[in-house]
Design a protein around this ligand. Structure first.
Ligand SMILES: Cc1cc2nc3c(=O)[nH]c(=O)nc-3n(C[C@H](O)[C@H](O)[C@H](O)COP(=O)(O)OP(=O)(O)OC[C@H]3O[C@@H](n4cnc5c(N)ncnc54)[C@H](O)[C@@H]3O)c2cc1C
Ligand SMILES: NC(=O)c1ccc[n+]([C@@H]2O[C@H](COP(=O)([O-])OP(=O)(O)OC[C@H]3O[C@@H](n4cnc5c(N)ncnc54)[C@H](O)[C@@H]3O)[C@@H](O)[C@H]2O)c1
Length: 445
């Protein structure tokens, strides 16, 4: 692609999964690539998202297994929060360096600083003008903060994952992914957790009867849920924080996590100057991930899209752009089935068609009998339920599960959903036995 007219053939702004998974193979094709990064290389997922979170969650799953097997193994398991955070730091601290190494090994230049458009081919980084034939905006999201008095007294998910001392009382605002996962972790490590919900439903995108099982379980473990909280202010009095909500109601706490969603990192890019279309959900792109300015593309969480804003989606988009920008394809992006999971204990996972859509389509919704599944009895799983959705030709088109291994169960089912396997293909697949995959696969024969 290089015509020597620009500094780079392709310049990415942001270095998260929306960038690096695709930038590396793009550079390997001989295309001159630069990456602008304002913070840690690798972005949210490795440094303050998925990897950090799953490391902190690991002892929770051990605690839950010990609880299920309590007559067999020593119970209860105590979580040392400080050690847990230190362990997490050890697990993730080398990731930015490793990703930097992978980028540099392919000859990619990393420009440290905040990128801002000057014109459609020029990005200013540290007062220096960098030019590129094509630009990919992959700047991700940052935490939303409630616009109320005292909002600065609240913290975000990154602050939570760096807490060296776990506060006795934690209030979490919102009841989405971060709220439910972090409520699980904080409760398991011994904090008194209160979740203040916007409406009446937690995890609105998930099958509500399964969500209710998780809410009920957390409630039994001491987590308090306040519905329709309508928060008006955070206040500090001495060492205590107060949350004003509803009609003259208030909650005393030590630490507040604002988990009310995440918003696109677009304000510093100077998008209006070059006329790039965007809205509150992100940058508007067409089915080639191209913005309304023809040489500028977007990838990952910063895109305004219907697909879940998750790491695998960002990776898929960055790899699609590798193909598109190296002219290996001119096809539009075609997203596969994108599964999602909330890493509560038990997990809740889903892929493909929802139960509600299945009901609308009069499709077959099968309930799995976990009580009589010997494999699930091995770990004494107490909360396990699943729905499998088949179309009229008996293809599996969707699934949702709540269980300790719902994430792995969903991964097992994915090929059948994505590739519309019929009975002939299904009978050709052999999974290791005994394993969660074979137990899951047995359900759909
Ligand atoms: C607490 C938490 C837990 C999560 N857990 C999961 C999970 O378990 N599974 C999952 O699939 N997803 C999870 N996610 C979501 C996942 O992290 C994101 O989907 C993924 O990181 C998106 O990648 P991205 O490259 O689009 O954006 P990011 O990874 O956010 O990268 C964007 C980068 O752009 C940089 N940047 C922004 N503006 C500029 C600028 N103007 N100039 C230069 N650089 C800039 C930022 O510093 C950042 O490094 C989680 C997210 C959070 C917050
Ligand atoms: N397991 C995973 O894959 C995982 C885990 C964590 C985060 N993530 C990603 O990060 C994103 C952000 O997570 P999140 O939990 O912050 O967002 P979310 O969209 O999942 O949840 C936001 C919550 O805040 C509530 N809320 C919104 N405005 C409010 C207000 N004014 N007052 C009170 N509550 C309000 C919403 O009702 C919702 O419950 C997710 O959408 C997902 O893309 C994924």
């Amino acid at each position: 692609m290089s015509q020597n007219k620009f500094d780079y053939d392709v310049l990415y702004i942001g270095s998260g999964h929306g960038t690096f998974d695709g930038a590396i193979p793009l550079a390997a094709k001989g295309i001159k690539v630069g990456v602008v990064e304002a913070g840690l290389v690798g972005g949210t997922c490795p440094n303050r998202g998925c990897n950090a979170k799953i490391s902190l969650d690991s002892p929770v799953t051990h605690q839950r297994y010990a609880e299920s097997m309590q007559k067999i193994v020593t119970h209860p398991v105590h979580i040392n929060w400080q050690e847990n955070v230190q362990h997490k730091n050890t697990v993730i601290q080398n990731l930015p360096g490793a990703i930097t190494g992978m980028l540099k090994n392919q000859g990619i230049t990393i420009l440290k600083g905040t990128g801002q458009f000057q014109d459609q081919h020029t990005v200013i980084v540290n007062e220096q003008a960098i030019t590129a034939e094509k630009v990919v905006i992959a700047t991700g999201l940052h935490p939303h903060r409630l616009d109320i008095p005292g909002t600065q007294l609240a913290h975000d998910s990154e602050d939570f994952m760096n807490l060296t001392h776990l506060p006795d009382n934690i209030a979490i605002i919102g009841s989405g992914y971060i709220s439910m996962e972090f409520a699980t972790m904080a409760n398991a490590a011994g904090a008194n957790v209160t979740v203040l919900m916007h409406g009446k439903q937690a995890l609105r995108q998930f099958y509500q009867p399964f969500v209710q099982k998780i809410v009920d379980d957390l409630t039994q473990r001491g987590v308090k849920f306040i519905t329709q909280a309508d928060i008006s202010a955070f206040r500090q009095e001495g060492q205590s924080l107060w949350i004003d909500y509803g009609q003259d109601q208030y909650l005393k706490t030590n630490w507040i996590l604002d988990a009310t969603g995440r918003v696109p990192n677009i304000e510093k890019l100077n998008l209006d100057k070059i006329g790039i279309a965007y809205n509150d959900n992100g940058i508007v792109v067409n089915d080639h991930l191209q913005t309304n300015v023809e040489n500028i593309y977007a990838s990952g969480d910063v895109i305004d899209k219907q697909q879940p804003k998750l790491t695998p989606t960002a990776i898929f988009e960055s790899l699609y752009l590798t193909q598109l920008l190296s002219q290996a394809t001119t096809d539009p992006i075609q997203y596969p089935v994108i599964p999602s999971v909330v890493f509560t204990s038990p997990r809740i996972a889903k892929a493909g068609m929802s139960v509600a859509a299945a009901q609308d389509n009069h499709f077959d919704i099968q309930t799995v009998d976990f009580d009589n599944d010997w494999y699930r009895q091995v770990n004494n799983e107490k909360i396990a339920d699943s729905r499998l959705i088949f179309d009229n030709a008996h293809h599996l088109v969707g699934a949702t599960e709540v269980s300790d291994q719902a994430d792995n169960a969903m991964n097992t089912l994915l090929p059948a959903i994505e590739f519309q396997f019929g009975k002939a293909e299904l009978s050709r697949l052999i999974y290791l036995f005994p394993s969660i995959s074979s137990a899951t696969w047995d359900q759909i024969k």
